[in-house]
Every structure is written in C-alpha cells, then in structure tokens.
Design a protein around this ligand. Structure first.
Ligand code: ARG
Length: 467
C-alpha cells in the first residue's frame, strides 16, 4: 500500500475494511478505456491553452498510451488500495513517468472525471443497444414478411387473445409487426437518451468550475460530445442520463418478457403453435421427452434484474443533496448489469426467432375455436341495419345455445339461425364465420386484413432501410 493520492491531511492509515467498502476498482475498471480517453483529451487541452508545457504533455500522453496498451493486454495491475479506476491509472502513471504525472489532474476533479467516463460509457451502451434492438426489429419484420405466404402461399392465421381468452383471428404477420412496433419505439428511446446525454461534464471540476483557463469545448469535441454541459453543479451531481438508459432498458425488458411469455405458452404441447429450435432449448436430466424454453424463461426472469437496476439507482439518487456524493459510486454496477443482460438477451432472440417453426395448421385450427368469429356475425346484422347492441345480444344468445349443446356457431341449423333473426340463415353463417373472411374484413388502417398487413410490412421494411 502506497500513500493515498489524497493523503496529505491524513495521519493514520485507512482501515482495511473501509478500504474494501470504499473501493470501486473491482467494477469501475470497466471504465478504463473511457478514463484514458478522458485524460488524453484533458491533457491535450491543458497543453493547447498553455497550462502545461509541450514536453509535459508528451510525457503524460506517452505514459497514458502505455497504460492503455497494458489494460487492453490484460497486464495492468489493478490495486484495491488505489480505490478506483481513476486513481489506479493516475498512480501507475506516476510510477512510470514520475512527478510530472501529478500535472494531469490540474483543473480536474474525480467528480467531473467519473461523470465524463460514465457518460461516455452509457452513451456508447445506449447506441449499442439501439443497434441490437434494430437487429431484432428486422427479424420481426422479416418474419412478418415470410408468414404472409408461408402457409402454402396463404398467410398464417393465429388466434388473437384478450384476457388470454380467444378474441378474434389475426395474421401471424400482424403479431410479428406488433413486436416490431414496440421495438422501434425501444430503439428510438435509446437513441433519444444518447442524444440527450451527449454533453461533456469534463471541466466542471469538483462542483464549481475552475479558475484555470480551460477550453471545455475542445475536450467536449475531442471526446465526441456535441458540446460541454452548461452547469458545473448539474454536471457532477446528475445521473438522470443513467436513469434514462435504465428506464428505456426496463421498457425493453418488459417487452422481451411479454414476448417470452407468449413463446413459452405457444410452444407448449397444449397450444402447439410453434417449436423453438433445439439450439435455443434444453432438456431435462430425468424426463427424456422434455424440451424446455429456458432462453425465454430466463429472459422473462431477467427483466427483474433490469427493473431492479432502475429502482436501485432511483433510490440512490433521490436523497442526495447537490452535487457529488459518494452514493453515486453505486450507479455503475446496476447499469453494467442491465446493459449486459439486455445485450445478450437481444442477441439470443435475434438468433432464436428465425429458427422457430410455426405450425400453421395448429394455429388455424385454434383460431377457429372459441367462437372467434362471433363478432363477424354481429357485424353482418349491424351492416343490415340492426343496431350493433341488438346484434351483439342476438349472436350472444346463439353462442350460448351452441356452447350449451357442444357445437360451433356454424353447426347451428338453419331453423335455429332464422329463429334468432330473420336475416340469419345457415348459409349466411357459413359465409360470415370463416377465419379467412374475418381477417379479410378487418381492413381498417392498422387492422389485420392481409391487404393492410402487407402494406405495413412494406412500410416497416422501408423504415428499416432509411434512418
Ligand atoms: N469512484 C468514484 C465514483 O465512482 C469516483 C469519484 C470519487 N470522487 C470523490 N470525490 N470521492 O463515484
């Protein structure tokens, strides 16, 4: 253990357990790349404005490049007694180039340093996830396109549910596009968040700014930020950029969890709508017949980690007075964990979904059950002038009759139909009650009719090609 970089006023050594509790280097070493980039931008600017001499800048830059190479090679020695990523790098720089290393921290605090590192990381993570969400979005659009004709040239039809009770038939492609829409919003949430956090806190110093004649615009642009942050207190004390990342991540996780639930349900023996690929399912150690949807189950469960990260950081932030508090050191692990969790989950779904097999006969049969086209019969009556509420009542009575006698609506006799309403007959029922007629009729904008869905697939493909 060497003397602390901040040890000037201290007479006694730090307690061992305190050192362990206080240290963030086990996890914030993940910010090493960003930290060195920040230091390189800072030292170049210190040289440019004349705070450091050219030879000092050269010595510090050389040392930092050597350190970066060692970090990348995995040979850099991370020391717990050096507390965090920032002081590990600075102390090693001093070991290597001597006292001139001490000039690097001129006009800088670890408070603006960590805010800069973490913003750089979070911005890159947000853009990375936006790209991965987009890849999964493209899978859903491609699947939507494929299932317009994958059933022997016909669209695959799926039961649509509300309350998990059979509601109305829909196209499988329509279902795919529903997820594509959610993912499109998820992607844009990450891009919006990245744009909003695209400001450099470097130069805010501890909290109040600095008397040194810094050029914050230079460091901001060197680091790829659009501009410097405008308020030094806000710069070092705010973590809403991380909260926003986690909020966007939590909504995405909720979407992936709903998707998982549907895949788990639809791949059961009882539903039999789809078979997940062997590559993304697992077996049982005792039951030879088992093929378990572990990826989907884990994705459903891991949404909890992501929500937890958001709740955790909200709780960390809410009670802290301005500006920096050590509490904020607790911002990193949840964000890293949420990022890793979402990143791998997105990759798995992007690989898994195109390899799943949908069973068009089973989904069609299921789509026809449960009186799923009863609304169509009511709409038929309403089109002929019967007020919709009355039509609903009449068809409801027919459903009651059919279900009490164990039949489908199209099994009802001509007499039974005519008794319900003079405009009804067995022939009318046959024509109105097919699932094909039901989906074809729903040609309202955004509806499930093949004409509409085809247009929406085209539009979704176009949106993937542009921005
Ligand atoms: N490891 C600290 C963090 O992650 C760095 C900033 C510490 N600043 C300070 N004045 N103690 O937040």
């Amino acid at each position: 253990t060497d003397k602390k970089l901040w040890g000037g006023r201290f007479a006694e050594a730090t307690d061992g357990l305190v050192e362990l509790y206080n240290a963030s280097v086990p996890f914030d070493q993940r910010l090493a790349e960003q930290d060195v980039r920040g230091s390189l931008a800072h030292v170049a600017m210190l040289g440019a404005v004349g705070i450091l001499q050219p030879d000092e800048v050269t010595a510090i830059e050389g040392g930092l490049h050597g350190i970066l190479a060692d970090i990348r090679a995995g040979t850099f020695e991370w020391r717990l007694d050096r507390e965090d990523v920032h002081m590990n790098i600075e102390a090693t720089l001093r070991d290597r180039i001597g006292p001139v290393a001490g000039k690097l921290h001129t006009a800088r605090s670890r408070n603006d340093q960590v805010a800069t590192d973490f913003r750089l990381f979070t911005k890159e993570a947000a853009l990375d996830l936006a790209g991965k969400v987009r890849a999964l979005r493209a899978v859903f659009v491609a699947e939507a396109h494929k299932h317009l004709t994958s059933n022997g040239g016909e669209p695959v039809i799926l039961p649509g549910y509300t309350h998990l009770q059979v509601a109305q038939p829909i196209l499988l492609s329509h279902w795919c596009l529903a997820y594509a829409e959610m993912l499109e919003r998820d992607e844009s949430r990450f891009r919006d968040a990245a744009a909003r956090m695209n400001e450099s806190p470097l130069g805010a110093a501890a909290l109040a700014g600095t008397p040194w004649p810094l050029d914050r615009f230079q460091t901001a642009s060197a680091l790829g930020f659009a501009r410097p942050t405008r308020n030094s207190l806000d710069s070092v004390g705010s973590r809403d950029f991380a909260l926003e990342f986690l909020a966007a991540g939590s909504i995405l996780a909720a979407h992936l969890s709903r998707l998982s639930e549907e895949l788990i349900l639809y791949s059961t023996f009882e539903f039999g709508f789809l078979t997940l690929p062997d590559s993304h399912t697992t077996g049982s150690s005792i039951m030879p017949q088992k093929k378990n949807p572990d990826v989907a189950e884990l994705a459903r469960a891991k949404s909890g980690r992501v929500f937890g990260a958001l709740m955790g950081l909200l709780t960390v932030v809410k009670g802290t007075p301005l500006a920096y508090n050590k509490d904020l050191q607790e911002d990193k692990e949840p964000l890293f964990d949420a990022y890793d969790t979402l990143s791998i989950t997105l990759r798995l779904f992007t690989d898994m979904l195109p390899r799943a097999t949908w069973h068009a006969q089973a989904t069609l049969a299921a789509a026809a059950r449960g009186y799923s086209t009863a609304t169509d019969l009511a709409d038929f009556l309403a089109r002929s002038g019967v007020p919709f509420r009355e039509a609903h009542e009449i068809v409801g009575a027919l459903v009651g009759l059919a279900s009490r006698t164990g039949r489908q609506l199209w099994d009802l006799t001509d007499d039974e139909m005519r008794a319900a309403h003079p405009l009804l007959s067995a022939d009318v029922a046959q024509a109105q009650l097919t699932v094909q007629a039901s989906v074809a009729a729903r040609a309202s904008y955004g509806g499930t009719a093949p004409t509409q869905v085809r247009a929406q697939v085209d539009d979704a493909q176009r949106r993937l090609e542009v921005n």
